[in-house]
Write a protein of this length. Structure first.
Length: 366
């Protein structure tokens, strides 16, 4: 969740960056692999379909593959090249599946541009964009302080910050430092919010409402999940006020703490205990001494970490928190399609959801 400074207090949104893989409705065909620090793609039979020559591969209905100074490419789901950007373009971000925000050096210094994938045109944008993960199926495209229509006509500005629409709902921070949830007509449907996720996921969003003392001062109110109409569907003692991302190092962490993915949510209680919820709000607890290393289930599994002989090791639990892949990897990433990137005994490879390990060298040169 994002950090916002209110007039008399600091409010922290406990949101971690979400990889574009979880933003799209289109299921990926391929999985990432890693070799010598570079990413590539393999198919379901572990055939290399895209060589490991990229610093980063993101997905939001199309593949964005970037390696600054070398190669920046956009591919469709069959890995047909849709567009190759200037190698010197950097800080390339998904705005939506059709729009990409990036920086590039000019004679006067660095400038920002917005690439429209449909028209193949790059223009200087009249707005500032973050890694917004807008979807083409939603009515509006969020930028830093307002929304565009999908054809990039300005609809509304004047917010302090906006977040992407999901289920025709969006989280905004107003110029008066009020956090609200609005509908597709920009009408406020939920207010008096202390903490909230960036956006709805699977029709729900975790919220901490603002309460008031007898003297009228702000205090923590209810912690709960609400539906798209703003109705409370589950009240809980969970903590939605931030997490130290620095405790999860060198991992491509995905997901938003408290948000549902594949019918499961990773949450932290007020007593700092980690709990996994299903859509019936049944509680499951991680194995002893394990902590979440990601905040979204992928391929039915959650990446977890555990200290072993003074070192952080990684494994995976299923949706009942049963350990199905032991914490025996010195490096691991969430599942990306059928496979997950891991490192074991210094050897890079991938595993399937049964924990079967295949070294990169076994499929790169077959």
């Amino acid at each position: 969740m994002r950090k916002f400074v209110f007039k008399s207090m600091i409010v922290v949104f406990a949101v971690l960056s979400i990889s574009c893989t979880s933003a799209s409705k289109v299921k990926e065909t391929y999985s990432k692999y890693k070799d010598n620090g570079k990413y590539g793609l393999i198919d379901q039979k572990k055939n290399v379909v895209l060589k490991a020559e990229f610093d980063e591969i993101k997905y939001n209905e199309v593949y964005l593959c970037t390696s600054r100074g070398q190669k920046n490419c956009i591919y469709d789901n069959k890995l047909n090249l849709l567009y190759e950007m200037d190698p010197e373009a950097h800080n390339i971000k998904f705005v939506s599946p059709n729009l990409f925000y990036y920086n590039q050096r000019t004679k006067s210094g660095y400038s920002s541009y917005l690439l429209n994938l449909q028209t193949k045109e790059s223009n200087r944008p009249h707005a500032v964009f973050a890694e917004e993960n807008n979807l083409s199926s939603e009515p509006w495209v969020a930028h830093q302080s307002g929304f565009f229509s999908q054809d990039m006509q300005v609809k509304t500005t004047g917010y302090y910050h906006t977040y992407p629409y999901r289920n025709n709902r969006a989280v905004i921070l107003t110029k008066d430092w009020e956090t609200e949830i609005i509908n597709e007509n920009f009408d406020c449907i939920v207010r008096d919010i202390m903490f909230v996720a960036d956006y709805y996921s699977e029709g729900l969003i975790p919220v901490s409402f603002r309460g008031y003392t007898e003297s009228g001062e702000w205090t923590n109110g209810k912690n709960c999940y609400i539906d798209i109409d703003g109705n409370i569907v589950y009240e809980c003692d969970f903590k939605f006020d931030g997490i130290n991302r620095g405790s999860i190092k060198d991992l491509q962490t995905i997901g938003i703490i408290g948000s549902f993915h594949e019918g499961m949510a990773v949450v932290r209680k007020l007593d700092e205990t980690w709990v996994i919820l299903n859509r019936d709000f049944t509680h499951f607890y991680l194995p002893e001494d394990c902590l979440p290393a990601s905040y979204a289930y992928t391929n039915g599994l959650l990446l977890v970490t555990k200290e072993v002989n003074g070192k952080a090791m990684y494994g995976y639990v299923d949706k009942t928190c049963k350990m199905v892949v032991p914490c025996e990897y010195s490096y691991a990433e969430p599942f990306d399609g059928k496979y997950a990137i891991v490192r074991k005994d210094g050897v890079d490879g991938v595993i399937n959801n049964k924990g079967k390990f295949t070294a990169v060298t076994d499929f790169m040169y077959k």
